[in-house]
Design a protein around this ligand. Sequence first.
Ligand SMILES: [Zn+2]
Ligand SMILES: [Zn+2]
Length: 282
Amino acid sequence: MRSWYIEDAGGGCRAFSEVLVLVSEDPCLIYQRLMPLTWNNDITFEEMARLIVVEMMIEAEASHNDYFYVCSGNIFYGLHKWLTENGYNWETTKMDGLAHDVAESAFQKQLLLAGFPAGIKLEERNYRDFYRTVESWIKEDPTRKRFFKDMTVRRKPEQFRYILKGNSSHTRKCAKCQKKISAFSPIVQYRCRENGKKKNRYYHPECSPYKPHKNKLEEAHFLWMGSVVSGVVLPLRKAAPCSVCGLELLPGTRAVHAGNGKKVICGHIECFNYVNKEELNG
Ligand SMILES: [Zn+2]
Ligand SMILES: [Zn+2]
């Protein structure tokens, strides 16, 4: 049985290839590959990383008798799934030691080969500042643009950008049916970046083009003055008194929010008499 460490480097930098490594410390065995800067976008980013690691595993003759310690980063999500589905023994781990050093120095080597000044080094794992320096160095000279990663093939697939949640106090317009989405009702939010600007689109849950990848919705159906009111649980924006007990709710507290005519009901979760929605419909 061998223990293998699987680590990456350079993923946070907008330039130069990500390095992927497969390393055994005892005996000392090192396999490493670079991700391509761009590829045909039929293959997702995670799938590309998985294919490359599996290629190294074959070359290393790694087997089901071996144990794998894998970095938990999202570049390896596809690999994590594949290892489980194929019955390998593995776990995620915070990577230190040889695998980390090998991956980092392979990434640095790419920079040096491209002519990046050798004196500027990563310090105390401050990746953000270091990558920023690398990016400004590239922008100094148009011929260096070829070192940029193709970010489009590295983007998350569209369907991962849909989140089911509770709407805030704003009424939104559904991007599909164009009808209004009431405040404090279930809503699907689509988030993306266009030319560096954040953009949002909203849908009724039944109008969403994809089943939302994340579900942050917490509904609240409760009795209020003899009738059933539906709302959602959201973190409170501004301090306010609880509509039931009158005690002050602090900002950030998860609280029941609901609209009742023009009034807003807002209060401690435990102050409300919840009713089961399924029973109501039945
Ligand atoms: Zn709609
Ligand atoms: Zn209360």
